[in-house]
Design a protein around this ligand. Structure first.
Ligand code: ZN
Length: 99
């Protein structure tokens, strides 16, 4: 029996597989594959959990507390001096010319 990989079950749960593949996967489950049934149930719970996470709004107080605990440190960018070749850009541009 050919099983379906976990990423196929994730796509199945997210309704991202094509109709033909979805039909084959449903038939596979109906044939009684317990290994894929466990994966399909797990991915369905995972997709449901992830969908619900986006619906929860984070309270402003929690955001402030998190920022106090983990302050954002912006690293100052190091300035790299620009170096021009001897003769400047004109020397670079005229190097490719053949007269
Ligand atoms: Zn299977």
């Amino acid at each position: 029996m050919k099983h379906f990989a976990v990423e196929r079950w994730i796509d199945f749960s997210r309704k991202l597989v094509g109709p033909e593949e979805a039909l084959q996967m449903r038939k596979h489950l109906e044939a009684g594959c317990s290994e894929c049934k466990d994966l399909a149930e797990w991915t369905a719970r995972l997709v449901s959990c992830c969908a619900n996470m986006g619906a929860n709004e984070i309270p402003e107080s929690a955001t402030r507390t998190a920022r106090a605990i983990f302050p954002v440190r912006v690293k100052e960018r190091r300035r790299i001096p620009m170096r021009l070749p001897a003769g400047g850009f004109h020397a670079v541009l005229s190097a490719g010319k053949k007269d």
